[in-house]
Design a protein around this ligand. Structure first.
Ligand SMILES: C[S@@+](CC[C@H](N)C(=O)[O-])C[C@H]1O[C@@H](n2cnc3c(N)ncnc32)[C@H](O)[C@@H]1O
Length: 257
C-alpha cells in the first residue's frame, strides 16, 4: 500500500469519518515520519485517533445525546445531566461541575466571551448556565453537531466548530479560554505542543485543568506529575492567578506573565 492509499483508507474508515480531516492527515503524517511504512503509519494513526478522541464518546452515546435534547426541550432539565454523562470528561466532572464553574466565573468576573478548546460536550453546560458568546472547537464532528443542534433549539449564544487547536487558533479575543483536561492529550502527541497552544490563545484568563485520576478512576500520582511538569512548562510565560482542586480535577487560572 502506498502513502496515498493508506491515507485514503484512514480518511474513509467508518470510525474516523466524523473526525476533522486535517487532524486525520496530521496524525498520519506524524506516524509516517516516525515509521516510514504507510501501513504501519495507518495502524498507528488509528490507535492515536482513538486515544485522543474516539475513546471519550462512542457513536451510540452520541446518538443518545441527541435523544436527550427532546426531553430537555420539553422542560426536563435532568436530561442535560444525562447528556453530559455520555462523554467521559463531563461524566467524570458532574459531581463538582457547579462548584468548579461558580469559582472560575466569579474569579474571572463573568466573562462576556468564552473559548472552549477541545470542548467535548462542555458547551452544553455553558449554554445552560446562560453564558454568552461561547465558541467551542473540537476535532470530533459528532460532538460539534450535537452542540450546534442543542444551541439552535435552546436559543443559546453558543456555537461549535470542527477544528484542531494544534493547527490553528481563533482570531477573536476572549474574556476566558478553557483548556480542560486537554494539555496531556496534546503533549503525548508532540512534546512542546501544550505550551505552543496556550501561547496561541488570545484571552484575558485561561482555565487549565488536569485529571488526577485515570479514566478507570485509579489514583496513580497524576496530580504531582502534572503539577511539577506544568509549573516548569509555563514559567516565564504565564502567571498562575489561582490554583485549586475540584473533585479529581486540578485547576489553574492563568494570566499572561
Ligand atoms: C479529555 S477530553 C476533554 C473534553 C472537554 N475539554 C472536557 O474537559 O469536558 C479531550 C477532547 O479533546 C478533543 N481533542 C483532542 N485533540 C484535539 C485537538 N488537537 N484539537 C481539538 N480537539 C481535540 C477530543 O475530541 C475530546 O473531545
Amino acid at each position: 500500500m502506498n502513502k496515498e492509499q493508506a491515507l485514503d483508507r484512514l480518511l474513509a474508515a467508518k470510525n474516523f469519518r466524523d473526525i476533522c480531516p486535517d487532524t486525520v492527515k496530521k496524525e498520519f503524517e506524524i506516524q509516517l515520519a516516525r515509521r516510514g511504512d504507510p501501513s504501519a503509519a495507518e495502524k498507528a494513526a488509528r490507535e492515536r485517533l482513538h486515544a485522543v478522541t474516539g475513546a471519550f464518546m462512542t457513536p451510540g452515546e452520541a446518538r443518545a445525546v441527541g435523544a436527550c435534547l427532546d426531553e430537555y426541550l420539553s422542560g426536563d432539565e435532568s436530561a442535560l445531566t444525562r447528556a453530559l454523562r455520555l462523554h467521559a470528561s463531563t461524566r467524570e466532572r458532574l459531581e463538582w461541575m457547579d462548584a468548579l464553574f461558580s469559582r472560575v466565573l466569579s474569579f474571572t468576573g463573568g466573562p462576556s466571551r468564552v473559548f472552549d478548546a477541545a470542548c467535548g460536550l462542555n458547551p452544553l453546560y455553558l449554554g445552560h448556565l446562560g453564558l454568552k458568546g461561547v465558541l467551542g472547537w473540537d476535532i470530533h464532528g459528532g460532538a460539534v453537531k450535537l452542540i450546534n443542534d442543542w444551541a439552535r433549539a435552546c436559543g443559546w449564544d453558543v456555537r461549535a466548530e470542527c477544528r484542531d487547536v494544534i493547527l490553528s487558533a481563533p482570531d477573536e479575543t476572549f474574556g476566558l479560554a478553557l483548556a480542560m483536561k486537554l494539555l496531556p492529550v496534546l503533549e503525548t502527541g508532540c512534546k512542546g505542543s501544550a505550551l505552543t497552544f496556550l501561547k496561541s490563545l488570545k484571552a484575558r484568563f485561561i482555565l487549565v485543568t488536569f485529571p488526577t485520576r485515570t479514566l478507570g478512576g485509579r489514583n496513580v500520582g497524576m496530580e504531582r506529575t502534572y503539577s511539577d511538569w506544568f509549573a516548569s512548562e509555563i514559567a516565564g510565560h504565564f502567571e498562575i492567578a489561582e490554583v485549586f482542586t475540584a473533585g479529581s480535577e486540578l485547576c489553574y487560572i492563568l494570566k499572561e506573565a
